[in-house]
Ligand binder design. Structure first.
Ligand code: COI
Length: 365
């Protein structure tokens, strides 16, 4: 029978724990904790054998299907150590549900979301000493599912591996929460309706690389993606959702099948509505944004994502024109949003929506 949220998770501890890096040395996703969570799927048996084991390379046959056809999904969430010493996960349930949504898009068998959530708690509980404590640092949790059939036929696999690895992290961008420069591109597209744009799958990130490289060569940090049909409407920025304030309206593109249903996006829209701001999830063209930049009504722009939380945009380039936003400084609303989310994540601000859940340390019996 397939494992459920009631299935026990076995724990095998490492005999060679690694030294933990100093908080001040942390960047994004370069060091990994001592353990990982693993669970397997075989058709007929379902998901089985949930376990925490020492972190180790995965051994794979070169013909393993994920290596050829990219049947892979992932997600990303964080654990925070508050000043009270408690470790909190941010919106673990929503991340578990989104992993299943990505699974459906890639023909990967779904997992019990309660078990997925427990997989996060188990790995963070075992590696609790790896959760850094300085403000701005966290433990990034990367759940991933890969197809493991050894075959070269193009077909959904019959066997899969789910694993969760963790990395103590600092800021995602070297700029930290400083404004970034972004370049709108109409020679590359990230996704089209009917494609994989709303799934968190390796292919979307592979598809972004050449545009990203082009933006970096032109001196920008990220690409502002336009829609794949008319190449006119704004979709996303880099690996994040995008929002902007024009006059008194906060605008973000709608969830219409091409962009990720960001957990930070959802959290920020909830806060903005709590605060009584006018929020529109609507299509917005690059021409409307450039015009707002020229006439001064474009007040602030920011990206939202788990890794960077909120990333202010200080400059927007498009077809050779450059628009400076807020004179290149972080806007007041952007900063307020960052502070509000981070306050909840570290347990310093009231969690009115019940977004955080504490994780107890799993010490050796
Ligand atoms: C995020 O903003 O959390 C992302 O999706 C970035 C990640 C792929 C590193």
């Amino acid at each position: 029978m397939s494992s459920t949220s009631q299935t026990p998770i076995s724990v095998t501890r490492t005999r060679t724990p690694q030294p933990r890096p100093a908080d001040a040395s942390l960047s994004f996703g370069k060091v990994f904790t001592d353990h990982m969570f693993v669970m397997n799927y075989v058709e007929g048996k379902g998901w089985h054998d949930p376990r925490v084991v020492p972190y180790a390379p995965l051994s794979m046959d070169p013909a393993t299907s994920v290596l050829h056809y990219g049947q892979a999904i992932f997600d990303g969430l964080k654990a925070f150590r508050g000043r009270d010493g408690q470790i909190r996960l941010f919106r673990a349930q929503r991340h578990a549900e989104r992993l299943n949504k990505s699974a459906r898009a890639l023909c990967i068998p779904e997992m019990d979301p309660g078990l997925v959530r427990r997989s996060f708690e188990a790995i963070v509980g075992v590696d609790h000493e790896w959760v850094p404590s300085t403000q701005g640092t966290s433990l990034y949790i990367r759940p991933t599912v890969i197809a493991t059939d050894v075959m070269l036929g193009v077909h959904p696999a019959h066997s899969y591996t789910y694993f969760v690895i963790c990395s103590p992290v600092g800021a995602y961008y070297k700029e930290g929460v400083k404004p970034v420069r972004i370049l709108a591109t109409d020679n590359h597209v990230r996704a089209v309706q009917g494609g994989l744009g709303e799934a968190k799958t390796a292919a979307n990130y592979a598809a972004s690389l050449s545009a990203q490289q082009e933006a970096e060569r032109a001196g920008y940090t990220q690409v502002l993606w336009l829609d794949g049909v008319e190449r006119k409407y704004i979709d996303e920025v880099g690996t994040m959702n995008i929002m902007m304030q024009i006059g008194d309206e906060v605008i973000t593109p709608p969830l219409a099948g091409t962009i990720l249903d960001g957990v930070t996006r959802n959290s920020i829209l909830t806060l903005l509505r709590d605060w009584g701001l006018t929020v529109s999830e609507r299509r917005i063209s690059i021409d409307e944004v450039m015009q707002a930049g020229r006439d001064g009504s474009l007040r602030e722009m920011w990206g939202t994502g788990t890794a960077a939380v909120v990333s202010p945009v200080g400059e927007l380039g498009y077809k050779g024109e450059k628009i400076s936003i807020g004179n290149g400084h972080t806007g007041m609303l952007t900063q307020k949003l960052y502070d509000a989310i981070v306050g909840i994540q570290y347990g310093a601000a009231e969690d009115r929506h019940g977004w955080t859940s504490t994780v107890p340390a799993l010490t050796e019996a």
